[in-house]
Design a protein. Structure first.
Ligand code: AMP
Length: 400
């Protein structure tokens, strides 16, 4: 059978990120980004091999942008798409895995929109546009939350009155599921285990950051909660703060909810602590130049990450290894080294030479002998979405 093609789509409120992935290959055939949709500055940027192209899109909306990029895909591929895989941020408790999109799935994504008001409606816009333009191709939804549906109640429940959970769905959901699943599967292969096996701590450190405890392919606990604000220090998000902070700011400064949400989601994290930037590259440089805020931001980031990982370790029966991924986890030897300074309690010991010598963008082991594995694994959420889309289609075909 020739290698099948999947179009992977990640729709934001004014953007569409897309990639055509070929089964069993590590690089996209074609990838790109349509952004500033709905404004006169809308553009489509795409990359084919080493060639990069950019074109204006007028004032295109999502459907119009999709109508432009689909023929583009047709021009550069030799066979029809086997599936379209849509990244969907919040699946609530409805979904434990990939689902073929039908009216019922669309209604459930819509029903979870109050839990992800910025993301789910945008994801649905992309789904509707793709269904309209590609009515004969199977469309699959892959949920950021689905991987974490295996968490036990003692990990996902908040200590709040039961009605808030039972009636209003207030619980911990977790995010970055495709990334944690992908890197822990890769970790099993890298360490010679059966695919998906092993007891792992995974740290996805990008602009958004989360940690996760995974046993034999199942998430047992994770740092993000009802929304992606809970847990680790992130680029501009605070992560955990005292839940009374809202009331304190309202009472003492007279701030309303939108102002507080803006503070916690857009002005905090590395940016807030450093007073300089949310970008780890820039902070590392500033730290070297003696910038106090950058130094503090990186220290807090690493300490809070280590504290989260040590906490998550209680979910596992043993520890086979720790995985770093995401833009920071894959590229920052400094963050890895500073985080590991706090994790000797778990028997984890980093090899400083291996850590600093690991080429950027490459998977590798950076632990000393005798330590559980410490692995750097570039994440590939698009690969995971393409693989899950194809295996769902195969599964459904075998059932029929
Ligand atoms: P992501 O959201 O996964 O693209 O990750 C973005 C984060 O990765 C930003 O904070 C970047 O500064 C950080 N990052 C990317 N490359 C490097 C690098 N070479 N060293 C340190 N941080 C990096």
């Amino acid at each position: 059978m020739s290698s099948r093609l999947v179009l992977v789509i990640n729709c934001g409120s004014s953007s569409i990120k897309f990639a055509v992935r070929e089964e069993d290959t590590s690089q996209p055939l074609l990838s790109g980004l349509a952004e500033r949709l709905g404004t006169p500055q809308a553009t489509l940027e795409w990359r084919l091999g080493d060639h990069k192209h950019e074109e204006p899109l007028g004032e295109a909306d999502h459907t119009q942008a999709m109508a432009r990029l689909l023929p583009l895909i047709g021009e550069h591929t030799s066979q029809p798409l086997a599936a379209v895989g849509h990244r969907v941020v919040h699946g609530g408790e409805h979904f434990t895995g990939a689902r073929l999109i039908d009216d019922e799935v669309i209604a459930a994504i819509d029903a979870s929109a109050p839990l992800a008001p910025l993301h789910n409606p945008a994801n649905l816009t992309g789904i509707r546009a793709a269904m309209e333009l590609l009515p004969d191709v199977q469309q699959v939804a892959i949920f950021d939350t689905a991987f974490h549906q295996s968490m036990p109640a003692h990990a996902y429940r908040y200590a709040l009155p039961d009605d808030l959970y039972a009636v209003h769905g207030v619980r911990r959901y977790g995010f970055h599921g495709t990334s944690h699943q992908y890197v822990t599967n890769q970790a099993s292969l890298l360490t010679g285990r059966q695919f998906g096996h092993g007891a792992w701590l995974s740290a996805h450190l990008g602009n958004g950051c989360s940690s996760c405890a995974v046993l034999d392919g199942k998430s047992l606990d994770t740092s993000m909660g009802l929304t992606p604000l809970e847990g680790l220090v992130m680029g501009t998000r605070s992560g955990d703060v005292d839940p009374n902070l809202h009331a304190h700011l309202a009472r003492t400064l007279g701030w309303d909810l939108p102002r507080i949400e803006q503070l916690l989601n857009r002005e905090s994290g590395l940016l807030g602590l450093s007073g300089l930037s949310n970008d780890m590259r820039q902070l590392e440089q500033a730290r070297e130049d003696g910038h106090h805020g950058a130094h503090l931001a990186i220290e807090v980031f690493c300490y809070r990450l280590a504290r989260s990982l040590a906490g998550l370790a209680v979910a596992l029966p043993r520890l086979d290894g720790l995985i770093f991924t995401g833009g920071i986890g894959e590229n920052s030897a400094l963050v890895r080294a500073l985080t590991l300074r706090h994790l000797a309690i778990l028997g984890l010991h980093i090899d400083p030479d291996a850590n600093s010598r690991l080429p950027r963008g490459q998977a590798g082991a950076v632990h000393r002998s005798g330590s559980p594995a410490i692995l750097v694994i570039p994440t590939d959420e698009e690969r995971q979405i393409a693989d899950e889309s194809l295996s769902l289609i195969d599964q459904l075909r075998n059932q029929s």
